[in-house]
Write a protein of this length. Structure first.
Length: 429
């Protein structure tokens, strides 16, 4: 100790025999004592300088980023890190990647009574009934009127009654066509989204209720529609181009054209086979869903081809059976002369029943095509979190028309009913 009661210094500003701990910064070096001049006080070099500010305390490492959609490939559109995702269900982890077993499970899901497909198919049938039904009923009434749809012969004089003003009913039919086309497109998109959501819930072992499935489908409606339009344009351009070249070069018949259409559909559809599942289950936009679908296809090329072939064949079989059935019914009605003699009061309910059946068949086709794709997507990515939004926020409403009738659907239905009523009143007696 010196005369001031302080420990002697070994070096500038450092006590003898002591060293600062590693987490404390050393003292600043002492300055040389300048000579006092002009009566101005100077710093005393023997006085220890103040300590530097202590360093910041060690920060914990940042939390891990939430698992991105599609199993962590590419940029993520998953929830922010603060929202912890639920663990992957055991049912999703147990999905086999073998082609035979995957197809077997898909068929088993479609044939089970508790598959949850009936309510969704009735909902699609209802959508077509209120939008497409009025046009079908209007056309049915027109065909039952004698002579109304007859085509005049070439030698018919211009003054004949055949060329008389038909009235306002053609305009009413054109008005009914608008909600019919819009409703058919919307029902197709809704059917694909609902089928993906319903089957996805079954795949992960937590089935969705109808209100939950509708909530998921409506939130992804525009994305699925955009993807369907984009893929449809690309497929149509390539398919028509290939068929046109073959028809010109080989003068092939209808059978070869059908086979070429099937092969081209499989080749074109394979790279896009997981796009609906990526949008519904993977929670990404159109472009990201297409990009990640390409990656999944490159991972398992044979699986993608089988899934695409499964969907294309199922659609060909169902649509072929439908066309043949309608052709047989039309031939029987026309051959027996029942078209013009059918009572008018029966036209509307018959048309409504056929349109409702067409809606349920539309959903069935989409479900058959979606089942293997959803199974394969879940098996490859182990990601089905996109269905959680339906469980958290299902569509609500206790009225008879709510939540089944949206404002757009109501406008289309009212327009179709107005056209049906106007056409029925303007038909000649």
């Amino acid at each position: 100790m010196d005369s001031r009661g302080e420990a002697p210094l070994d070096g500038p500003g450092e006590p003898s025999g002591e060293r600062p701990p590693p987490d404390v910064a050393p003292r600043l070096p002492a300055l040389a004592a300048p000579a006092a001049a002009d009566g101005i006080a100077r710093f005393d070099a023997t006085t220890p300088m103040p300590l530097l500010p202590p360093p910041l305390a060690p920060q914990p490492p940042p939390p891990p980023t939430a698992m991105p959609a599609f199993g962590g490939m590419g940029r993520s559109a998953a929830p922010p890190p603060a929202l912890a995702l639920e663990p992957v269900s055991v049912a999703v982890l147990a999905i086999p990647l073998g082609i035979r077993e995957l197809v077997r499970q898909s068929l088993d899901l479609l044939t089970r009574r508790d598959a949850g497909l009936r309510g969704a198919s009735f909902y699609i049938g209802f959508m077509l009934l209120v939008t497409f039904g009025p046009m079908a009923a209007t056309l049915g009434l027109a065909f039952t009127l004698p002579g109304l749809t007859d085509v005049p012969a070439l030698d018919t004089p211009a003054t004949s009654d055949v060329y008389a003003d038909p009235g306002a009913w053609p305009a009413w039919i054109l008005l009914a066509v608008i909600p019919a086309i819009v409703g058919y497109v919307a029902a197709g998109v809704e059917a694909r989204s609902l089928a993906t959501a319903v089957i996805g819930g079954r795949v992960e072992g937590r089935p969705l209720r109808l209100r939950e499935s509708i909530s998921v489908a409506r939130r992804r409606f525009w994305s699925v529609l955009g993807a369907q339009v984009l893929v449809g344009i690309i497929s149509a351009v390539i398919s028509f181009g290939v068929q046109g070249v073959l028809l010109v070069a080989l003068a092939s018949g209808q059978e070869l054209t059908f086979g070429v259409s099937l092969v081209v559909s499989v080749i074109i559809g394979a790279p896009f086979v997981y796009v609906p599942a990526g949008i519904i289950l993977g929670e990404v936009d159109i472009i990201e869903a297409i990009r990640r679908t390409f990656r999944l296809v490159r991972m398992r090329k044979k699986l993608a081809v089988v899934v695409t072939l499964f969907g294309v064949l199922s659609q060909f079989i169902v649509l072929f059976g439908l066309s043949q059935g309608l052709d047989i019914i039309a031939r029987l009605l026309i051959g027996a002369g029942l078209v013009e003699t059918l009572p008018r009061p029966l036209v509307v309910p018959i048309a409504a029943a056929l349109v409702f059946a067409l809606g349920t068949l539309t959903f069935l086709v989409e479900a058959i095509a979606a089942a293997p794709a959803v199974h394969a997507f879940a098996a490859l990515t182990h990601y089905t979190h996109g269905l959680q939004v339906g469980r958290d926020r299902p569509v609500t409403g206790r009225a008879l028309w709510n939540p089944w009738v949206t404002p757009g659907l109501a406008i289309g239905a009212l327009t179709g009913l107005l056209a049906l009523a106007g056409a029925a009143l303007s038909f000649p007696a």
